[in-house]
Write a protein that binds this ligand. Structure first.
Ligand code: G6P
Length: 462
């Protein structure tokens, strides 16, 4: 991996870092490394690059690691005061900014920007300032800094104030809200967010649609983008990693177990998501229920394997949603299940090897988010699929721009339409499925993570 240096030449900043710590019963700390585009991207710049990843300490294990001075090479965790972090992360980032960009508010109940919001906003500013300060302290003269996502929207501007010599980029992994939705934020906050991001030399988005929405916000609310460049980098799937990883013994084992659970001769509709409001899991289940309602010919002949991994459980609305997903899945099983057939197999314990096994097994993949920056599941399934898989894909996912032609597109709110798309996908002849999957895999891997990252660095340094 990358080596630690007091004066780093390439820096990445994100709320969630590449490593997390847990304290065992014996008091020992164990580190778990995550995967993902940024991890492989940063590895791609090589060992000599003096790279540093600045991230938040997130749980008790992380905080304990910081206290004990334990760290991984190339990673600096910031132990931001827990209350400040919670207000910034749960309060502003995940309850306000995530909701705005994914258009999740259900007016008139939400949002209400009153005194509590202002307290949380102050915490968000502090939290961003802590990142800016840490980056300013760690960056070599003229270094390049790549700031990630909506958690850290103010960092580019703050860092620019502290260190005029740095090249600063910011990348958004989410959609960007249309201007008429974005401006529901208080005017001063909306302006601060845009100006904070415009502190960067260059801003990156996953699709042209999100980049245009951002530019439109700047033009309408500020009069322009004041010279900041805006670019599009459509993160793709990591074909080499996925193909190798999905053939290992632990995946084979889980594949056998899943086959057993599904039963012989049945088609499999797979979904894999964080249990996230924007992923639209409940409407997906309702569409499947409608399919069974309207097409009894599928009874006993199809199983919906749904992996819904708990996420952001500090937030009541996520806990309620998680419970709702289980309730709806149980209701479908109670209504249609028989002694030998469980229509929905729901798993909630995160298990990457099992996700890969499900990708291999899937006849149909259901990816129906209300809005999604990209959606990598849609890109990973075609790469890993054993025999070809029909992709039912929301037109509101960033991935639709690249995969729309060979997917079956759906409006994520249209449950009837989604049921019809599932039916069409199940009927797609095997040869047609295999052909489409091949083309989808090519499109899905056009920009692998390492190149996605290096392209941004090159564009920033150009
Ligand atoms: C999205 C965001 C990431 C975030 C991830 C998981 O993909 O763009 O920044 O890390 O969700 O969410 P979490 O709140 O668990 O970090």
């Amino acid at each position: 991996m990358v080596s630690v240096h007091a004066a780093a030449r390439v820096l990445v900043a994100s709320n969630r870092g590449p490593v997390s710590y847990a304290v065992g019963d014996d008091g020992e700390l164990t580190a778990a490394r995550g995967g993902g585009g940024l991890v492989s991207g940063l590895s791609a710049i090589g060992d000599e690059a003096d790279a540093l990843w600045v991230c938040s300490a997130l749980g008790d294990g992380d905080r304990e690691a910081v206290r004990r001075g334990v760290s991984e090479p190339g990673v600096r965790m910031l132990d931001i005061d827990a209350k400040t972090h919670a207000a910034a992360y749960n309060g502003i980032a995940n309850s306000v900014l995530w909701f705005v960009h994914h258009m999740l508010y259900q007016t008139p109940l939400e949002p209400e920007f009153g005194p509590e919001f202002r307290t949380q906003w102050a915490a968000y500013e502090q939290y961003n300032q802590a990142f800016a300060q840490a980056l300013a302290d760690s960056a070599a003269p003229g270094a390049t800094v790549l700031v990630q996502d909506y958690h850290l929207a103010l960092v580019p501007g703050m860092l620019r104030e502290l260190r005029g010599d740095l090249r600063i980029g910011h990348f958004s992994h989410t959609p960007w809200a249309p201007v008429d939705y974005f401006r529901m934020l208080p005017d001063d906050v909306a302006e601060q967010l845009l100006r904070g991001m415009l502190g960067a030399d260059r801003l990156g988005f996953l699709t042209g649609r999100w980049a245009d929405a951002f530019t439109e916000c700047c033009v309408r609310l500020l009069g322009g983008t004041s010279g900041t460049r805006v670019g599009v980098h459509g993160l793709g799937a990591d074909a080499d990693f996925l193909r190798e990883r999905s053939r290992r013994a632990d995946v084979e084992e889980r594949l056998a177990a899943l086959r057993e659970q599904v039963g012989p001769g049945r088609q499999v509709i797979v979904r894999v998501d964080r249990t996230e409001l924007s992923k639209n899991i409940v409407r997906g289940l309702r569409a499947y229920e409608l399919l069974l309602d309207e097409h009894p010919e599928w009874h006993e002949r199809v199983v919906h394997v749904a992996f819904a991994y708990p996420s952001r459980q500090d937030l009541a609305v996520y806990r309620d949603y998680t419970a709702e997903v289980s309730r709806v899945a149980d209701a479908i099983n109670a209504r249609f299940g028989t002694a030998g057939w469980t229509p929905v197999v729901l798993h909630v314990k995160d298990d990457f090897a099992r996700s890969l096994a499900a990708y291999r097994l899937a006849d149909v993949a259901l990816v129906n988010p209300i809005r999604d920056g990209m959606n990598l599941v849609a890109k990973e399934v075609p790469v890993v699929s054993d025999e070809g898989c029909a992709l039912v894909l929301s037109r509101e996912a960033g991935a639709y721009e690249e995969l729309g032609e060979d997917a079956i597109g759906v409006n994520p709110y249209d449950v009837t339409g989604t049921a019809a798309a599932l039916h069409e996908a199940l009927l797609l002849p095997a040869a047609e499925r295999a052909e489409r999957t091949k083309r989808l895999a090519v499109a899905a891997t056009a920009l692998p993570p390492a190149r996605w990252f290096l392209d941004q660095l090159a564009a920033l340094e150009a």
